[in-house]
Design a protein around this ligand. Sequence first.
Ligand code: B1M
Length: 211
Amino acid sequence: MFDYEELSAALISGKAPVVKELTTKALDSGETPQDILNKGLVAGMSVVGEKFKNNEFYVPEVLIAARAMKGAMEILKPKLAETGVQPIAKAAIGTVQGDLHDIGKNLVAMMMEGAGFEVIDLGVDVKAERFVQAAKESGATLIMLSALLTTTMPAMKDTIQALKDAGLRKGVFVMIGGAPVTQSYADEIGANGYSPDAASAVDKARELLKL
Ligand code: B1M
C-alpha cells in the first residue's frame, strides 16, 4: 500500500527530489495518477495553504512547495493525459489579467486533460483579448478563468464582456473558479458555471457541454 502521507509530507516540506521520487514510486506500484494527485499532492498543497494563512509558512516556503508540486506534475501530466483516448472537447484555460497564481489553474487543467479534454493553457496574467483570440483560433467551446485575488476577479467580468463583444458568447461556455470565487459571483457576471475545486470542474464542464 503506497504511503500518501509520506508524499504529502515531502511536498509540504518542499523536498522536490523526494516528491519526484515518491511520485514515480507510486506510479510504479500501480497507483492511479488521479489518486497520486488528489491523495498526495493536492492534500499536501492544501496544508501548505492553511499554514500560509496561519502565518506558520511564509512566501519562500510556499514557493518551494509549489516548485516541488510542479516537478511531480511534470511526471503526472502525460499519465493523466494518457487516461483519455480522444479529446472529448476543447477548452482554453488561464489565470486572469493581473493574477500570477497558477497552482490551482494547473490542477484544473490536468484534471481536465485526465478526463479527456484537449486543454490549451494560456498561462497566467492573461488579458481578455487573449482569451477571445484563443476561442477564435482554436475553436475551444469552453473558456476557463481562474482568479485567486479579490482584486483580479473583475477581470473575469471583463473577459466575459470581451467574448460578448466579439460575438462569441453563443457557442462558447465560460467557467470560473479560484479560492475567492463563488457561485453567486458567477451568476452576477453571467458565467455559465462555477466549481470550487479541480475535480468538480471536470463534472461541471461535462454538464455544461452535455458530454
Ligand atoms: Co498568493 N495570495 N499572493 N501567492 N497565495 C493567496 C491567494 C491569499 C489568499 C493568501 C492570504 O493572504 N491568505 C492572498 C489573496 C487575498 C485575497 O485577494 N483575498 C494572496 C496574496 C495577497 C498574494 C500577493 C498579493 C502577495 C503579495 O505580494 N503581497 C501576491 C499576488 C501576486 C499576483 O498574483 N499578482 C501573491 C503571490 C503568491 C506567490 C507567488 C507567493 C504564490 C503563487 C505561486 C504560484 O501559483 N505559482 C502564492 C500562493 C501559493 C498563495 C496561497 C498560499 C496558495 C494558493 C494555492 O496555490 N493554493 C494562497 C493562500 C490560500 O489559498 N490559502 C494565496 C492551492 C491550490 C491547489 O488551490 O489555487 O485555490 P487554489 O485552486 C483550487 C480551487 O480554487 C479551484 O481548484 C483548485 C484545485 O482544487 N480552482 C478552480 C482554481 N481555479 C479554478 C478554475 C476553475 C475551477 C476551479 O474553473 C475555471
